[in-house]
Ligand binder design. Structure first.
Ligand code: GLY
Length: 563
């Protein structure tokens, strides 16, 4: 009878635990000099052309960002924001924060009803959910510092794609069909994503209004978006529909160069994004904890390795919820969270044989959405410059509002704030005072664009979409390469697991963990639950012989191209 509860639990989580599919491919696309990996072949092509024509990795990244706004409208954007980590050919690191900001008229309880409860959907759907977009200012800041090709030439490919029309994939068709009702609900007039009947793979979307907006940006620079006609269109869209974004918000938006977060892991130098991303701090805490243990000896996805990662993750995500927010508005204790003394003590009570239960979720159990929203891309040029860039509207198509006349979606990034301490957001993440809503504050993010060096040379360019699961996907990818000696393609394709403190359970990819491992984890005291894909990584690994491997995730439809 001892095993009865475990077997019962297995029945609940599903018994189809045979490994299939993901493990087949050994290496990604190989190149001698340069590599581009994005979630869409047309965006990859645009980046590669920039590199072939003599542009550098930063030029390519800018062109890719604008192209993704056209060819990958679920998450590519000019109405959202993101983060970029850059390593120059000389080995200098820079991090750019072009995260959205809360509008000046935003206030702490803006998503609560009179009784102080969160109004369901208010932070995710419709105009109030939108933060002030940062992408366009971000691209101009990148260009100002590192660009070598005229900005017009980096925007033009996206304009051409918008006018020529883009054939949609089955993935696009599924998502555009899924949100038809939401598009109708929040847009007063028809938008070109609406259709009587179903969208099908191979249908074309023509983005004429977006082409017009991109032309304004090409011709008038930053002011072509944050001023003039486009700004008027954004403000009219928001203020006449209950949204908060004003002319002053757009005028004053500024992307910020921040001090990178730097750590070490088994002789590798790891560089990632500081707050308002939680990614860099969390990754460095996780790696500090992992370094103490013989992960390679335990084996990839062995019960011991999964147990250790889970115990580290539950502590780090608890820290995330309490301590992390926008450093311009809250005194984030970054130094403390990265200190060896702090982490030694933090992880000291890990029992290698038994789970430490997370606190109960008082607000009830949260269903995590099977989501790879957001998008990431990686670029390396022939000189050795590298860009790791993650960008997002938050949910697919953001708040589902398309700016009338301007042809692009606004984000729903306001949901990344903690609308009410302890109440989980869209990704099931809870937060506290550090991430409370305040005018002009940036909402906390999990986006973790990361670059890794070995012996002073570029080694990895990593990142992924996936909301709360971004940090743990990046963490596992580093362990897979460093501890388990995998190529980048293997590191990406092998099954992943995830734990985020609350809700207290290990997520694993459906049918991708064997039954014996699951039983052992349950015996250690863990709850386990299966779900769809974890992560959708587009990454680069420089092999010891100098060859550059570009790897796109088999869970998605991306493309790696190099030369
Ligand atoms: N919107 C998802 C994130 O920034 O983590």
């Amino acid at each position: 009878m001892k095993y009865f509860p475990f077997l019962l639990a297995l029945l609940i989580v599903g018994c189809q635990n045979t490994k299939t599919g993901y493990q087949d491919q050994k290496t990604g696309t190989m190149g001698d000099s340069a590599m581009v990996v994005t979630t869409h072949p047309l965006a990859t092509q645009v980046g590669l052309e920039v590199l072939r024509n003599g542009g550098n990795a930063i030029d390519a990244a800018i062109a890719i960002q604008f192209s993704l706004a056209v060819v990958y409208p679920v998450a590519g954007n000019i109405g959202g924001g993101g983060f970029a980590v850059i390593r120059t050919k000389d080995g200098d690191f820079h991090t750019l924060d072009f995260r959205e900001k809360a509008p000046k008229r935003a206030y702490r309880d803006m998503f609560l009803d009179r009784d102080g409860n969160v109004v369901e959907g208010s932070s995710t759907l419709g105009h109030k959910a939108a933060g002030v977009p940062g992408t366009v200012d971000g691209m101009f800041k990148l260009h100002e510092k590192f660009g070598s090709v005229p900005m017009e030439d980096l925007i033009q490919p996206a304009i051409n794609q918008a006018v020529a029309g883009v054939e949609i994939s089955s993935f696009d068709a599924f998502n555009i069909n899924k949100y038809q009702e939401a598009f109708r609900e929040v847009n007063r007039d028809s938008i070109h994503f609406l259709k009587n009947g179903e969208w099908k793979e191979g249908d074309s979307l023509f983005h004429n209004e977006l082409a017009g907006t991109l032309s304004f940006i090409r011709d008038f620079g930053r002011d072509g978006f944050y001023g003039g006609l486009v700004a008027n269109q954004i403000v009219a869209e928001c203020l006449t529909n209950g949204g908060f974004i004003s002319k002053e918000d757009l005028r004053d938006y500024n992307a910020v160069w921040r001090e990178p977060i730097v750590g070490e892991y088994r002789g590798y130098k790891v560089v990632s994004m500081p707050p308002p991303s939680s990614g860099g701090v969390a990754i460095m805490q996780l790696l500090q904890g992992a370094e103490e243990y013989p992960i390679n000896k335990w084996g990839h996805n062995s019960p011991d390795a999964i147990h250790l990662m889970t115990e580290l993750e539950r502590r780090v995500y608890a820290d995330r919820a309490t301590f992390l927010g926008d450093p311009d508005h809250y005194d984030v204790p970054t130094k403390m969270l990265l200190s060896e003394d702090y982490n030694e003590e933090r992880f000291d009570n890990i029992d290698l044989k038994a789970a430490t239960p997370s606190e109960d979720i008082k607000e009830g159990k949260v269903d995590i959405i099977e989501s790879v929203e957001t998008t990431h891309f990686s670029v390396v040029d022939k000189w050795g410059n590298a860009v790791s860039l993650t960008t997002t509207l938050n949910g697919y198509f953001g708040c589902k509002v398309m700016v009338k006349g301007a042809g692009f979606f606004l984000n729903n990034e306001m949901d990344d704030f903690s609308a009410k301490p302890g109440v989980p957001n869209y990704f099931g993440l809870v937060g506290a005072e550090a991430n409370a809503i305040k005018p002009e504050k940036r909402m906390l993010s999990s986006m973790t664009p990361t670059i890794v060096e070995k012996d002073g040379e570029l080694s990895m360019v990593i990142g992924t979409p996936g909301g709360a699961t971004i940090i743990t996907s990046v963490f596992q990818t580093i362990l897979n390469v460093v501890d388990h000696g995998m190529t980048m393609q293997e590191a990406i394709n092998v099954p992943k697991v995830h734990h985020q403190w609350l809700p207290d359970r290990i997520l694993y990819e459906r049918s991708q963990l064997d039954t014996a491992t699951i039983i052992q984890l349950i015996e250690m005291g863990h709850d386990v639950e299966d779900r769809g894909a974890l992560g959708r990584m587009d990454c680069i690994l420089v092999h010891p012989n100098g060859q550059i491997e570009g790897a796109t995730d088999r869970r998605g439809g991306g493309a790696a191209m190099g030369y």
